[in-house]
Design a protein around this ligand. Structure first.
Ligand code: GAR
Length: 192
């Protein structure tokens, strides 16, 4: 059976990281077995670190504050990813702007909490909640030079209900993310 390796990058809570480890790590599908080669975190105290350890993967911590230039951090990231032998890198709540040093060398996908191209950037959930639009959702897209601008691979949407609280809205987003991201990666990799 072909083994397909992925790397997961995260910065915070790591609920998506956890779902990926639970649903994909060492799981065998029709055409491949998926292995999470490593996980990488840019914040030394992120909650997700313990979640990764729970699945037996000691995350590589690359603290971005210790790098003088953005490119230096990205260079270290690229080196670690190449070393892992992964064919796909997954940004699961990885909160960094990436330079061409990364985007030109790494095949990566990103999870974003809005129906792109709407609400790019770091305030997507708030902006989409407060917008007059009745439909909201999430996207998985390829990482390109443009922030949240690469080709869209998959999306899921839902209707904002009358009187929906921000907490309910956010939690609906996370529920959909936890389904869509593992499913999308499986569909990308589980091919002949
Ligand atoms: C997720 O909602 C993800 O869509 C978002 O960060 C959260 C991470 O949650 N990513 C972005 O906003 C990227 N621009 P998690 O740490 O619990 O997986």
């Amino acid at each position: 059976m072909v083994i397909k390796k992925i790397v997961i990058l995260f910065s915070g809570t790591g609920s998506n990281l956890e779902k990926l480890l639970e649903n994909l790590h060492h799981k065998t599908f029709e055409h491949c077995t998926i292995e999470v080669a490593t996980t990488i975190c840019n914040r030394p105290h992120a909650e997700g670190i313990e979640k990764s350890r729970h699945y037996g993967i000691e995350p590589l911590i690359l603290d971005h504050t210790l790098f003088e230039k953005r490119e230096d951090f990205d260079k270290a990231l690229v080196e670690a990813i190449h070393k892992s032998g992964a064919e796909l890198t997954v940004l699961a709540g990885f909160m960094r702007f990436l330079t061409p040093c990364f985007t030109q060398n790494i095949k990566a996908i990103n999870l974003h909490p809005s129906l792109l191209p709407l609400f790019k950037g770091g305030k997507a959930i708030e902006e989409s909640f407060h917008s007059p639009l009745k439909t909201a959702g999430i996207s998985v897209h390829y990482v390109s030079e443009e922030l949240d601008g690469g080709d869209i691979i998959a999306q899921k949407s839902f209707e904002k209900t009358e009187g929906m609280s921000f907490e309910d809205f956010e939690s609906k987003i996370h529920i959909l993310e936890h389904e869509l991201l593992p499913e999308t990666i499986k569909n990308l990799l589980n091919r002949k």
